[in-house]
Design a protein around this ligand. Structure first.
Ligand SMILES: NC(=O)c1ccc[n+]([C@@H]2O[C@H](COP(=O)([O-])OP(=O)(O)OC[C@H]3O[C@@H](n4cnc5c(N)ncnc54)[C@H](OP(=O)(O)O)[C@@H]3O)[C@@H](O)[C@H]2O)c1
Length: 330
């Protein structure tokens, strides 16, 4: 039997492969898994790592693949179709659970398994992609005011979208526009755009629910949270017409061609406020660097059992573990 410490499920996807390359770069002992035998075998021989082929509903196969392991990275989205089985497999095998979901229901699912995770002695973080840097920045900015009352976060994505992100977007868009209002999640039908400065002058950003209304509420308890999005696409080298004809994701050159940005404003009960920016690698690169940074903490025994977020487990310090990522206070 091999002695892999990390299992990447959904490894053959666009982001899964980037995660594997990062694990390889750091010489971490890992294995890959997925449901498509030919794709998994091809990647396994290319990376020279062990592989497992199974559907997420096969709990016997999960047990075998997770045996002796420390941490699962679930990269198989839409997570509405994979996260529940993967989380229960981790509870069964007492292996820490991470995913890169952008779907809020999987954050809530992990939250609902908090007690079971504590009893199993495992940590569960759903949304350990973008939300590692996002949450670290929010925790950092919230500390700069006395009693944080309102949080506004804007994300300027760079790097286009993978086919998988487009497929998963249905599970996000269908939820409508959500905000955190006096501690409660609330659906609203109208909201105004808001201007943020990512360090290059004022830019209009549009109301969107990204997930910080769950993740950063857990980390900071700020009772009022609104989120915004400002898209910056790279120059695409292809001309996609529908989802199946889309490229798997941006090329390495496209990913390297720009930066993703986060801007956070926190207002306190006394009216004091703080504004901070994060300057980050572009979207998919950021996700792979972030989830592996959290996996490394886990491998070093730095973790908190139960449902966690990057901010609740590691505070703002986790940002230092993401290469080429910087916080700028204004
Ligand atoms: N928030 C973030 O930071 C962030 C960043 C990047 C990606 N994501 C999310 O990560 C997910 C993956 O993105 P991607 O670009 O890597 O997509 P992708 O290239 O389409 O890869 C998806 C992977 O998941 C597997 N998969 C899909 N449905 C499955 C199922 N029901 N059972 C088992 N395996 C399944 C696919 O296997 P097959 O090849 O067998 O179909 C493939 O390996 C998406 O949900 C995306 O939104 C989030």
């Amino acid at each position: 039997m091999d002695n892999h410490k990390v299992l990447v499920y959904g490894a053959t996807g666009y982001t899964g492969k980037l995660i594997c390359l990062r694990l390889k770069e750091l010489n971490i002992n890992f294995a890959i898994a997925g449901r498509d035998k030919a794709k998994v075998a091809e990647l396994s021989s290319r990376l020279n790592v062990p592989n497992f082929v199974f559907e997420t509903s096969d709990f016997g196969a999960w047990q075998e693949a997770l045996r002796g392991g420390v941490c699962l990275i679930n990269a198989a989205g839409p997570f509405a179709l994979t996260a529940e089985n993967a989380m229960h497999a981790c509870l069964q095998s007492k292996v820490h659970y991470l995913d890169i979901s952008a779907e809020m229901p999987t954050y809530q699912l992990a939250e609902s398994l908090d007690q079971q995770a504590k009893e199993a002695g495992i940590m569960m973080i759903s949304g350990a992609g973008l939300f590692v840097a996002y949450d670290a920045l929010v925790v950092h900015t919230a500390k700069r005011v006395k009693r944080a009352q309102q949080l506004f976060v804007a994300f300027r994505h760079y790097g286009g979208f993978s086919k998988g992100s487009v497929k998963s977007s249905k599970y996000i868009v269908d939820l409508g526009l959500l905000i955190r209002d006096n501690g409660e999640l609330k659906q609203i039908t109208e909201a105004s755009a808001k201007v943020f400065d990512f360090g290059e002058g004022p830019q209009e950003c549009f109301p969107t629910s990204l997930g910080g209304i769950i993740v950063s509420y857990k980390s900071t308890s700020i009772p009022n949270i609104r989120e915004y999005f400002q898209l910056q696409l790279p120059v695409l080298t292809t001309n996609p017409t529908d989802i199946e004809n889309l490229p798997d994701g941006p090329t390495a050159e496209e990913r390297a061609g720009g930066r993703s940005k986060l801007a956070v404003e926190v207002i306190g009960t006394d009216g004091d406020s703080a504004y901070s920016i994060a300057d980050l690698p572009s979207g998919y690169t950021l996700t792979s660097l972030s989830v592996v940074a959290v996996a490394c903490r886990i491998l070093n025994g730095d973790l908190m059992p139960g449902y966690q977020t990057a901010g609740s487990a590691y505070g703002e310090n986790i940002m230092r573990d993401i290469p080429d990522s910087h916080i700028i206070d204004r």
